[in-house]
Design a protein around this ligand. Structure first.
Ligand code: PMV
Length: 354
């Protein structure tokens, strides 16, 4: 656990420079839904780190005699609409980065996928920004635990972002099943070679922003009628999923992750007030996947994020048959025929600036 740190002296001459990090999105197999207190999860979660859906964040920093200040650009355009979320993030992390009180940051982020579309753009956005901040800290003072701190800081922006720091899979939240697991930062999860070869094709059903934010959804779990059942179920699902991964059991894996996806949305349907994030075409695709599995021995299965889009997960040996299936039977359900082919990835990378 990281502690706030004050009274650290810096060489002011070092408070100027630039850094850039590329960080991926991730897709949860075991879902985080519901918080305990400030950005700690009600239950453990486990995700696959993606390879191609990522955010690149550049941060340049300069000494500022008037205290901390920042400007946020999205794809090189000044975007004050993101400031509300960023102000909350910075208010949570200032005490962990004393240097921030002396700098002006210019932040520019670029995504390779649409934000707020059911693809966890907040995960790649906050993790790439957190990596830049820990990197700046490293260049001006002694810092330990680079990745753990980056995950800890990412979590204070968006819980699922804490998992994007590690590839090919990450686990967040305390569970007796995994040593060193904790609620404050994610840890790498040892994925078998078989599952490292999984692909994720994201079928875009709806590109617009979510009608209900994840933050509101998490809040509604606090007094949810099924809260304790969900905690029991998720811990059991995690145990079974770890076993299926260890045994390379694709059928059991598919069963559990689909159950997790549908339970996530069932929790939304049964919140008070209720809300629905999937669309008719989400259901149409799920039915098609189930039909396909009835007549094929395949690794193909689906999962859902907090949105309408469908993530199809499958092993690389099934790549051709699944791509044919998508083109022949699923594209008509996608918004403008859009989909993104991605796969399990190795985690964030620092971008070398010339
Ligand atoms: O990190 P948040 O607060 O955006 O919550 C994300 C929750 C889910 O994406 C629905 C599940 C998960 O574990 O990523």
């Amino acid at each position: 656990m990281f502690k706030p740190s004050y009274n650290i002296d810096f060489d002011n001459n070092k408070l100027s420079g630039k850094t850039s990090w590329k960080s991926p999105s991730n897709i949860a197999l075991i879902k985080y839904w519901g918080k305990k207190d400030l950005q700690t999860p009600m239950n453990p979660s486990l995700s696959l780190t993606l390879n191609d859906c990522h955010t690149i964040t550049d941060v340049s920093y300069n000494l500022n005699s008037n205290g901390f200040k920042y400007e946020f650009f999205f794809e090189n355009k000044l975007k004050p609409d993101f400031n509300k979320k960023l102000d909350i993030f910075f208010s949570r992390i200032l005490d962990y980065f004393p240097f921030l009180n002396k700098v002006f940051l210019k932040i520019n982020s670029t995504n390779t996928f649409p934000h707020s579309s059911g693809i966890a753009s907040s995960a790649s956005a906050f993790s790439s920004l957190a990596l830049c901040l820990v990197d700046i800290e490293k260049s001006i003072t002694v810092s330990n635990d680079f990745h753990n701190k980056a995950s800890f800081i990412s979590r204070l922006g968006s819980g699922s972002a804490s998992r994007s720091i590690f590839g090919p899979a990450a686990m967040w939240g305390k569970t007796n099943l995994i040593a060193n697991s904790n609620d404050y930062y994610s840890i790498p999860f040892k994925l078998s070679n078989f599952f490292k070869e999984y692909h994720d094709t994201i079928l875009i059903i709806d590109e617009s922003s979510k009608s209900v934010s994840s933050s509101l959804g998490h809040d509604l779990v606090k007094n949810h009628q099924f809260k304790s059942n969900r905690i029991n179920q998720v811990n059991l699902n995690l145990k079974k999923l770890i076993k299926s991964i260890d045994e390379n059991d694709k059928n059991e894996f598919s069963k559990i992750i689909e159950n997790e996806a549908l339970t996530l949305h069932a929790m939304m349907l049964t919140s008070n007030p209720s809300f629905i994030l999937f669309k008719p075409n989400t259901i149409n695709i799920i039915n098609k996947v189930w039909d396909f599995r009835k007549s094929n021995d395949t690794s193909l299965c689906f999962t859902l994020d907090a949105g309408a889009n469908v993530h199809l997960l499958y092993h690389k040996n099934d790549y051709k048959s699944v791509q044919d299936f998508i083109k022949n039977e699923l594209l008509s359900y996608c918004f403008n025929g859009k989909y993104i082919n991605d796969k399990v990835g190795a985690g964030p990378e620092k971008i070398n600036l010339k």
